[in-house]
Design a protein around this ligand. Structure first.
Ligand SMILES: Cc1ncc(COP(=O)(O)O)c(C=O)c1O
Length: 474
């Protein structure tokens, strides 16, 4: 690994250039004002910043780098491909060999009869395509009125206008154009049940709510239900009862609705299964994947569907699926994905994630002794620790959050929250910890070892203790 060196002058220039020349993604102005973080090198679960500091990454670079940083063999595979042909688009009637091989590989690892892939560039685009495919499917099979999409409160599906419209955080939708026909069912987070009930005595009120929504809207107006079988880092990885997800599948079958599972975050081993839907024993009609499909070495998204659905778009002239993007399924991205999945299998990373998940479950129980630790939820390597305190802890809603409390949760800063304080403490001491207000997120690369996870635990113990001391919490 090469760790590039920069002088103080160069660092100052680069940091200034961030302020002047980049409009960041999901930026927090308060944090940017405090420190612009620039990363220069990485190996496994470690990152190096521009000052040469070595930092443990517990958020796997936005939940992408499943095989860890610095896998030269992925770059070498791309170089080999470049020596013959760097790129030809999936366009009209043209393909390249890596695109075909990756589609075959995905058909092999995807559950059930999911076997036909449409390639795009990102998770948002893949969700958008799944929704478009569902709508066109009904348009072409004699049910053109089936256009509505049901999503859930508290689930994130992407950043395009279409996927923002089905994202269940109202504050994210305020500045985008409303899209008609997007409906929201209850969030399924048993620790904060929308109906104030407890599982199992609730008798799955949330599932009944979903069915009521379908019935009141008219089942023959609904094209698809989109959901993340394990809602992501924004939602605290609430693990739904298996019978809820199985019940959703049954409702889709009963009312002829197509089921989209957004596995952008949960796909590729992170839950201890290739895909989270396997934990529930449910096969969706569209499985949406991205992020760890290439472990972040290239951008790529995929919608994997069933032959009976794809066949509707292969019935001669005029039936084709009317979408596509120039770089969707870029040849080099497919090579990166193939090599990435080869590493997964060679190093048994899915099995390791399942075992590590058991270890994490056990070790996280230790955190329950702290009065500020509330719910801990997750599966495999995807975890959230929610903090509570009945003491005022000086939460100051920052300018970028406005006055709306819910939007405060959206801002990584929320300066003054215990979560932000612990995140900052961890950063200063050498660990990247993602926080979402008072929710701490731990979602390491699948290559994290037990020893490294012990280091994460040391950070968490020390960070929580330091925060309790700082905020004078017993
Ligand atoms: C569950 C889920 N869906 C969709 C997306 C959007 O993916 P992308 O950022 O690649 O567009 C994300 C990104 O974090 C996600 O976590």
């Amino acid at each position: 690994m090469i760790i590039p060196k920069y002088s103080k002058k160069e660092i100052a220039h680069l940091q200034e250039a961030v302020h002047e020349k980049i409009l960041g993604s999901w930026s927090c102005n308060a944090d940017l004002d405090k420190e612009v973080k620039i990363f220069t090198a990485g190996e496994g679960c470690w990152l190096y910043d521009i000052h040469g500091r070595k930092i443990l990454d517990t958020f796997s670079s936005l939940i992408t780098t499943a095989v860890g940083h610095g896998r030269i063999e992925i770059g070498e595979a791309m170089l080999v491909q470049m020596k013959s042909l760097e790129f030809f688009p999936i366009y009209h009637d043209g393909f390249t060999v890596p695109q075909i091989k990756l589609a075959e590989k995905l058909a092999e690892i995807a559950p059930g009869d999911l076997e036909v892939t449409c390639f795009v560039n990102s998770g948002s685009e893949a969700n958008e395509f799944a929704i478009k495919m569902a709508r066109q499917y009904f348009w072409q099979t004699g049910q053109p009125n089936r256009t509505k999409v049901i999503a859930r409160r508290g689930s994130y599906h992407g950043t395009t206008i279409g996927t923002t419209a089905v994202t269940g955080f109202a504050t994210l939708r305020t500045v985008s154009t409303p899209v008609p026909g997007c409906l929201f069912a209850p969030q399924v987070k048993c620790s904060q049940c929308e109906f104030g009930l407890k599982y199992p005595s609730c008798k799955l009120c949330c599932l009944k709510g979903l069915e009521k929504l379908i019935q009141s809207e008219g089942p023959d107006t609904i094209a698809a239900i989109i959901m993340d079988p394990l809602p992501g880092s924004d939602s605290g990885y609430p693990l739904a009862p298996k019978e809820y997800i199985q019940g959703v599948r049954r409702l889709c079958d009963k009312y002829g609705i197509l089921l989209i599972f957004d596995e952008v975050q949960t796909g590729f081993g992170k839950t201890g299964y290739w895909f989270a839907c396997e934990y529930y024993g449910v096969v969706p009609d569209f499985l949406v994947a991205s992020k760890a499909i290439t472990s972040g070495y290239q951008p790529l998204g995929a919608v994997i569907t069933k032959k009976r659905i794809a066949d509707v778009f292969k019935q001669g002239p005029g039936s084709e699926f009317r979408s596509g993007s120039t770089y969707g399924g870029h040849t080099l991205a497919c090579v990166a994905a193939l090599k990435n999945l080869e590493i997964f299998e060679r190093e048994h990373l899915v099995e390791h994630a399942r075992d590590l998940g058991k270890y994490i479950t056990k070790r996280f129980k230790e955190l329950k002794k702290y009065s500020i630790v509330d719910t801990i939820s997750g599966l495999g390597t995807l975890w959230a620790i929610e903090l509570k305190s009945d003491k005022p802890i000086g939460i100051r809603i920052h300018d970028c959050c406005g006055e709306i409390p819910e939007s405060a949760r959206r801002c990584a800063e929320c300066a003054g929250s215990i979560g932000a304080w612990i995140r900052n403490w961890c950063w200063e001491n050498g660990m990247i910890l993602r926080n979402n207000g008072n929710m701490l997120v731990i979602a390491p690369a699948l290559v994290m070892t037990y020893e490294k996870f012990d280091m994460v635990m040391d950070f968490l113990h020390q960070g929580i203790q330091a925060a309790m001391k700082h905020f004078k919490i017993k």
